[in-house]
Design a protein around this ligand. Structure first.
Ligand SMILES: *Cc1c(COP(=O)(O)O)cnc(C)c1O
Length: 389
């Protein structure tokens, strides 16, 4: 092989430019380190990008999920359904509020929550038994939220779309309309993360999107200790310029101004990054289409490709082989219901056979915009070397 590897290759990596660095330096020289003008600017730019009315920047994706569960009024004993193939935070947000997490198995073709399995679960119980659904646009493949909405309306559920993997992704609804992930048309709330492996990287950071003004206002309150200074919302006469009221038990889940500045410059390159992700996915697809023993997950026009997942017989062997070649592939995810914490709550291995079979064979190959064609070819060659012996 003539290509010389000059760096190890992780499954995901942030891309920081001089413009990003300068944007952060500029805020360090400004008057605001935490809640300054960049917060609202980033929220408005992000809302425009997603095509939604309101966006609320928060300290990370997990805080976004927690605030969503609070704003929707999750209480002890309430039951919420999510997928076992996700990052644990999609389920944990329900536990933070004392709710009970239920899972529905995945569709083995897509690894997304199987909405038919959700329907079966809902039909086994009286209406009102479940309160909400947290579908995840896993790997960047958008969930069919039109079908999810139908279920939600029939059974009286709210929906939090966990769109951490899919900013810029979309699915095509039955009217032929592209529905962008997080646009608030079909779900009450959606959330995003700006963790370094995600499309937009600010270190820590997250965003909640919605079209519901009441939820938006509630989220603003909860993000900052439940405190308001808004004259319209005060319940007592204003006692002076310093006056504020703490009206609910909120949190400090704010995203700092300097990270919002970074988010803004990152957002300017979001379309470019997404285009490159789709190009890399098409190149992987072409390389593996004729290869028995390498099965990529289903693609789609609106896929946002946070991850590029293949399934192979000897997953552990391939993982170790790639590591020996300085390729740090990753596994997404160990099914949430098999985590010791969730097993203490009564879930068991064997509960969700499709999720467990998927987990036994899945591997996420390097997928990030700055992955070069030569590096990708090196990854492909290494996968083929291993699989073809
Ligand atoms: C990254 C991620 C989260 C959590 O985001 P953080 O910003 O790391 O808290 C939640 N759900 C999914 C699906 C994620 O990928």
């Amino acid at each position: 092989m003539s290509f010389q590897l000059t760096r190890s290759i992780p499954y995901g990596r942030q891309h920081i430019t001089e413009a990003d660095v300068q944007a952060v330096i500029d805020t360090l020289h400004s008057d605001f380190l935490t809640q300054g003008p960049k917060v609202a600017e980033f929220e408005q730019a992000f809302a425009r990008y997603i095509g939604v009315e309101y966006a609320v920047a928060v300290s990370n994706g997990t805080a976004a999920l927690h605030l969503c569960a609070l704003a929707l009024g999750v209480q002890p004993g309430q039951r919420v359904i999510t997928t076992p193939i996700t990052f644990a935070a999609s389920a944990n947000c329900v536990r933070y509020c004392g709710g009970e997490v239920y899972f529905a198995d995945i569709d083995p073709e897509t690894a997304l929550i199987d909405l038919k399995a959700v329907r079966r679960l809902l039909e086994q119980h009286p209406k009102g038994y479940f309160h909400g659904l947290v579908p995840v646009d896993f790997a960047g493949l958008p969930v069919d939220l039109e079908e999810a909405r139908r279920l939600a309306d029939e059974f009286g559920l709210w929906i939090i779309e966990d769109a951490c993997h899919a900013p810029g992704g979309f699915f095509t609804d039955s009217q032929g309309q592209a529905q962008r992930c997080g646009n608030g048309q079909l779900a009450e709330l959606a959330i995003f993360s700006f963790h370094p492996v995600k499309h937009i990287a600010t270190g820590e950071g997250g965003m909640i999107t919605t079209n519901r003004r009441d939820l938006y206002e509630q989220l603003l309150l909860l993000r900052t200790h439940g405190i308001t200074r808004d004259a319209q919302r005060l319940t007592r006469p204003d006692e002076g310029g310093w006056y504020y009221e703490m009206q609910e038990l909120g949190y400090n889940y704010r995203m700092p101004d300097m990270l919002c500045a970074l988010g803004l410059t990152q957002l300017q390159r979001a379309d470019e990054g997404l285009q490159r992700r789709r190009e890399l996915a098409a190149q992987y697809d072409a390389a593996f289409v004729q290869v028995p023993g390498v099965t990529p997950l289903a693609g789609a026009a609106g896929h946002a490709y946070h991850l590029y997942v293949i399934q192979v017989q000897d997953r552990r062997g391939l993982y170790d082989y790639l590591r020996s070649k300085q390729i740090y592939a990753q596994v997404h995810y160990i099914p949430v219901h098999t985590m010791p914490y969730y097993q203490q709550l009564g879930w068991q291995a064997g509960d969700f056979p499709h999720a467990e079979a998927y987990y036994a064979h899945c591997l996420s190959l390097p997928m990030f915009p700055s992955l070069s064609d030569d590096e990708q070819q090196y990854v492909i060659d290494c996968v083929l070397e291993f699989v073809q012996g």
